[in-house]
Design a protein around this ligand. Sequence first.
Ligand SMILES: *Cc1c(COP(=O)(O)O)cnc(C)c1O
Length: 358
Amino acid sequence: MSRVYNFSAGPAVLPEEVLKEAADEMLDYEGSGMSVMEMSHRSKVYDNIIKTAEQDLRDLMNIPDDYEVMFLQGGASTQFAMIPMNLMKNKVADYIVTGQWAKKAYQEACIYGDAKAVASSADKTFSYIPDCSDLPIRDNADYVYICENNTIYGTKFKKLPNTKGKTLVADVSSCFLSEPVDVTQYGLIYGGVQKNIGPAGVVIVIMRKDLITEDTLPGTPTMLKYKIHADAKSLYNTPPAYGIYICGKVFKWIKKMGGLEVMKQRNEEKAKVLYDFLDSSEMFHGTVVKEDRSLMNVPFVTGNEELDARFVKEADAAGFKNLKGHRTVGGMRASIYNAMPREGVEALVEFMRKFENK
Ligand SMILES: *Cc1c(COP(=O)(O)O)cnc(C)c1O
């Protein structure tokens, strides 16, 4: 067996320990005589899996009791619709557009009501986070929406926007559990788990309970009502059971590593190795404003498309996988999520150095 250094933006690298444990339990989960894939989601054994996963997530993020935790399906993209359908009471929402995912969420919200882009960094190909200290947030806005870490462009909000008292909704897909968060600053936090937590197919929603109501837009499908899932404790229908089980294992792994403070420190150290190199290299350059750099997704270029392509090809052959930048951006992107070991980043930098010298 040989494992590569996988810099994929998602689905992405998971902790080896977790994968091994899951493999060990594949045929017989804790004496049940069956795989978690094969068991009823209404069984006692599974009930324990999902409850433990929720509790561990609550512990890690310090989630207060007045917030609901939901394990849903449909990926992050389904939330682009579910959020306006459930939260647009006035049919007014303000969006901060810092990349493609934020833009898609904004465009989806336009289907349901009066969504407005109150700030954007599209003018400089999303290479920075706009100043959000005094935005023209509308008085009747139901919420203010951000994509906190921009997976494709490699920027991250280091400071949350001033929402002028409005509910903050955040897509944290690509920075989930990468550092401590103050959950109380948000009305709703959500993320697809395939970037930093588990297998694709699960989306986690953390939502303040007073926002979860029967009052949704007319025509909202039952499956897209938060209230249905909150009341049923994520078991309204068959949940993505196996995916949640793996998420639970990753929560345990993060706990064992020391929690989110330790994750943050590790991630900062790891990212610094790569950013320091990019800042000193004559060939490779980061594409993002320094203050807004993501700890998770690091895009870079040589400035020459042919050279970029050669680098990606040679890196791949040397065991550094999935470094090609997003199809809309080009260049390279190294996603260095929680489960990417520091040695992986160091080895990549060493490879880049050699490539440059050659
Ligand atoms: C990947 C990603 C999405 C889309 O996730 P899907 O689960 O494929 O719908 C949305 N937002 C962000 C920030 C992402 O990184």
